[in-house]
Every structure is written in C-alpha cells, then in structure tokens.
Write a protein that binds this ligand. Structure first.
Ligand code: NAP
Length: 307
C-alpha cells in the first residue's frame, strides 16, 4: 500500500491497486493528509475483525472533492472519513445525513449504501463526549463548558454537540468574533439563551469565562506546534479546572503543561480521535469496534512519529 494516493490514482483505482490484498475499500480524504493516524488505527481494527478490506490515505484537493465522492461507489468503497478541509463541503454532497452532521454543519464519516447512496455522519462531538468521560471521569452534560476556538470546524461540531447534550452552561470564545455568528444562531436554536455566552477571545473574556467554567475544550489549533504558547496561561487555571485539548499527540501539549503547573487534570485529543474512529467503524460495519486494539495502534503510531 502506498502512504498516500491521489485523485488521479482514484480515477485508475483498479489498475493502481491491483494486487493489493486485502483490497483498499476505506480511506480518509484530506488536504494535507500524509500525517493522518487513521490508517494504522483502522487497519488494526480490520485485521482483528478479519474483515477483507484495508484503509488508506487519499490526498484530495478541494476542487476534486465532489468528483472523488462520486467515484467512490463504483470503486468498491465501503466508506470514508473526511478531514480538513473537506468536512463542510462533503455535507452538501450527501444523499442523507444524521442529526449530528446537520448540527455540526459537516461530515467526517461517510457510509456508501446500496445503489451508491452516500450517508453522512459527524462523530467528532460524540468522540469528544466519550473521551472526556473516559479520560477526565466526568459527564459533559453536568458541566459548565468553555469552548476555545469555537469558530473553527472542530469548535463548531463540539459546541453544537455540547448544546444538544444540554450542558449546564456554554461559553464560546473565538479570536475572530465574526466567525462565531453562524454558530451563535445555530446554538441559540437548540439551547437556552440564558445559559449561552458568545464573545471574542481576549485576556478579559478568557479570565471571566474561566471563573464560571468547569471544563475547557481547546478547539483552537494553538498548541499544535511545540513552541506555541498555551492557549491559557497557567496562572489563570486552578486545580478545579478540567482541560481537554483536542490536539492529538503522544506528548503533553502546551495546554496540558499549563494544567500540570496549576495542578489541574487534563487530556489530549488522541482519545477523541480514537472514539470518533471507533464510531465510524461501527457506522460502516454495524458491529462493535475493537477499541483496545485501535487504541494501541494509535498510540504506537503517535509514539513512532514522536508527536
Ligand atoms: P480550523 O477550522 O482551521 O479552526 C482553527 C481554529 O483555531 C479557529 O477557531 C482559529 O481562530 C483558531 N486559532 C488558530 N490560531 C490561533 C491563535 N494563534 N490564537 C487563537 N486562536 C487561533 O481547524 P479545525 O478543523 O477546527 O481544527 C482545530 C483543532 O482541532 C486542530 O488542532 C485539530 O487537530 C483539532 N481536532 C481534533 C480532532 C480529534 O479527533 N482529536 C478532530 C478534529 C479537530 P480564528 O477563527 O480566529 O482563525
């Protein structure tokens, strides 16, 4: 299997993948995509469940996405995942979507049904909920939650999931305030306005939000680079705060290091990735995913990458 396939490869799939055993029938579509940890995680699951299919990376440019999605049924695909920057555009190409995807405004999981119909799902919000429960030992609906970077794709999906779950209070901050406007409208349609706060992210709003939050979910990309500052200075955190950083890495993110300094509990996004992947697997195969095998494969991959 190649590390990455292209749209041109997909057009000639039968020739390009001739001799692949098991056949490549699942993929993650993104741009860029070479970094994706999904193939090792899913291939370990497919092997453990003795499913005759393999999962690969497809580097698809935005202007190729709709044609690529239309090609998948004829090439024998069971399903795919979509990642940056395709989640929103893929939604428009679906024949049907579940409630999570329509609320999230994007799809990260597609099931290819009989007749080539495309069913879209969003598993990011549920993935976060399971990861927070498992890693931090709390149920999100009991908490007052601050979402940092709520204006991005992950932030939108997470905020809508938190709103639909009925969290006790929801505070949405984003560096670029204008990007919060569509989300504010969508959240307000399903969540009580008196429990909702939507503001630009600055030092003052951050300190005010932290004073009335139990859980902080970092959905901003601040912290992806090792020399990034923490999105929250340690001095603003207290031991009662719970921090979930959606950035996935084998090491401690800048936010986790700030949490350590403040004596607060934290976790990174590897488990969110694991759980959203496990839910995707369950959507495709209508069976329980081998979670521990997927977890080990993901950790091994992340450790090997030194991320
Ligand atoms: P995105 O749509 O590009 O959004 C990026 C967000 O980060 C925006 O809110 C942006 O604010 C904010 N941001 C970027 N640089 C910033 C800075 N210097 N200061 C403050 N805010 C900053 O990306 P995305 O798809 O939402 O992904 C965001 C993060 O979520 C990534 O780290 C990704 O790895 C993670 N994620 C994790 C999982 C998982 O399974 N663990 C799944 C999905 C995403 P502006 O609007 O002001 O630009």
């Amino acid at each position: 299997m190649q590390a990455v396939y292209t749209f041109a490869d997909l057009q000639n799939w039968e020739t390009v993948t001739a001799g692949e055993n098991p056949p490549l029938r699942l993929a993650v579509l993104g741009d860029p995509i070479a970094h994706s940890a999904s193939p090792p995680m899913h291939n370990a699951a497919l092997k453990a469940c003795k499913i005759d299919a393999a999962y690969c990376r497809l580097h698809i440019h935005p202007d190729e996405l709709s044609a690529a999605l239309r090609l998948l049924p004829g090439k024998g695909f069971i399903g795919v995942n979509c990642t940056i920057p395709h989640k929103v555009a893929a939604l428009a190409a679906m024949d049907e979507v579940d409630d999570h995807a329509s609320r999230a405004g994007g799809v990260n999981t597609i099931r290819i049904c009989e007749g080539g119909r495309l069913q879209g799902f969003s598993t990011d919000g549920l993935g976060l909920e399971r990861a927070v429960s498992e890693q931090l030992g709390v149920e999100i609906r009991e908490l007052r939650v601050l979402v940092l970077g709520a204006g991005g794709g992950a932030g939108h999906a997470v905020a809508m999931h938190l709103a639909a779950s009925g969290v006790r209070r929801l505070i949405l901050l984003n560096r670029t305030f204008e990007k919060l406007q569509p989300l504010k409208k969508a959240v307000a349609a399903i969540y009580p306005r008196r429990f909702l706060t939507v503001r630009a992210w600055n030092d003052t709003t951050l300190a005010e939000a932290l004073a009335v939050s139990d859980l902080v979910v970092n959905c901003s990309s601040l912290g992806m680079k090792p020399d990034d500052p923490s999105p929250i200075p340690a001095a603003l955190l207290t031991p009662r705060h719970l921090l979930y950083d959606t950035i996935y890495t084998a090491s401690r993110t800048p936010l986790m290091l700030a949490a350590d300094a403040a004596g607060a509990l934290s976790a990174n996004g590897l488990d969110m990735l694991l759980h959203q992947g496990a839910i995707s697997f369950e959507m495709w195969f209508q069976r329980e995913a081998p979670l521990e095998i997927m977890r080990k494969a993901l950790l091994d991959y992340a450790n090997a990458k030194g991320k």
